[in-house]
Design a protein around this ligand. Sequence first.
Ligand code: F6R
Length: 613
Amino acid sequence: MCGLVGYIGNNAVEQTLLDGLKNLEYRGYDSAGIALNDNQNIDVFKAKGKLNNLTEVLSNRPKPAKNSMLGIGHIRWATHGKATTENAHPHLSNDGKLVLVHNGIIENYQQLRHELEAAGFVFHSQTDTETAVHAIDREYKKSQSLEQAVTAGIKLLEGAFAFCIMHKDEPDKIIAVRKNAPLIIGLGENENYIASDIPAIIGKVKNIIHLNDCELAIVEKNKVTVKSLDGQILNKEIEAIGFNPEVISKNGYKHFMLKEINEQPVIIRRMAQAHLPESGLPVCWGSKGCMLDLNRIKNISIIACGTSLHAAMYAKTLWEDWLQIPVHVEAASEYIYRANITNANSLVIGISQSGETADTITAVKQAKEKGAQILILTNREDSSIVRYADCTVPLNAGIEVSVAATKSYTAQLAALYWVGLYFAEQNKSLSASLLASLKQDLLELPAKMEEILSNQQAVQSLADKLKNFKDMVYIGRGINLTCAMEGALKLKEISYINANGYAAGELKHGPIALLDEQMPVMAVLGPGVTFAKMISNCEEAKARNAFVAAVLSEKAAVKESFFDAELRVPETNETTFPLLANIQLQLLAYYVADALGREVDQPRNLAKSVTVE
Ligand code: F6R
């Protein structure tokens, strides 16, 4: 969501902050700003819109008399207050001496603002963040110590926050502090960094410290001291950054999304090799082992949002068949506001690419409080959600820069597949021969994915036909329903064409009223019991003059010219078909959006990790 960065050291502060913000751009944002401290003054620069606008503001100003020694920067995704320059961070205290940037939401901001205004503080924005500046400044006036002021000030704040804070009179430090929002410290030589996410400091430092909730770091040029809020010095583990700078380069592709779609065979091959050494051998959980008490599990709930929720729906269909255990799937934002029946017999699985989605984190936290065992599937093993895990399944898909999830979704499907096989093997719910053939199917997927990616002509020409429609319907049944829903989500989020996924059998109960020559239908027709019924549903759509396209297996038998367009995928089993069909639908969304000239990697209004509920 928002992104923040801080720097203290000998390098050009302004450029270092801009570089950091540039690498956080993928998170989605609507304004940006930096504050520079040259040991005499704090100067704040902000601009609405893209980072280029901020760069322009900076280059149009008179050349500064002194070099800055430290600074903080921010890209904002508006929550409280519109996307305006006044609401952009950093925010300054009334005396212009204390400045901060903030990620998260201060829930009690209204009450605090009221109190601070009554005490004479003047607000210049509509943000919740500005209450934090004045609350900390009020404490500073008492203690004349930034560390003490921050410690006292943030105790008044409810909600989620990560802050970088500087004071004009203490130009030797930046203070970083967090609660329920990610924050890392990058350790350099004679320089140190603060960032909300690794890409901001990738290639700049080799080692980092992860701050935990209610920890405060005093970041100086040659020293970083981490303390608890009661002042205890903490001995923090120094970790190596697990990514190289290449992960945030496009490697010759026009967009990150296309690069990430093309990375999928490698990711799935790596995952299959790690967990399914051979079709005849047991599933291997991985080096950390499965820490779950499987005998205790009487029901499974999978909680997630957006694309990750679609992965959860895939697991439900698969696992209820394989495991004969009820699997409940729910959007995290719904799960947290009702009396659900989670208890000590529940296995609750949180799926989150980023591991920072606020709704999913809250849901998992609630489930843990009710005694459930928690399994987390995430692409970021260093993320906040992992704190609640009894067991974590890392997706190892590499940093996903494009806002639209592609490779992480496919990795989620593959991970849910092998985890399902592991459970089935442990509770002996599938025969040895079926297990072996299901394993073999996954092992064969990467080569089949490569085959799809090596020939993109059919999907490009379909994209060309569909790009000028205003609306579109995707249909699927059974295990392919989620594929249809995910295909529709991908198209709408990056092309802004209104697209919805429906259970094909539900068409006749309402949505069929939409169908005519202006409403194309994309059918996902996997092999198996639903194939014939899907053909009937497509007939119904054709009878209403809709343009009907389909994604289906290479050898699926359909009358010649039955479909207006076909996207074929190599033959595979019913359960693995969605992983192949999904790639065609990702490509379709990509080529439509690109043909329309959309900002594919950073669609409007969206953010990569949604850290607010
Ligand atoms: C869509 C997309 C979002 C995310 C959702 C959950 O392409 O990326 O729908 O899937 O915001 O994000 P995570 O998986 O990070 O919890």
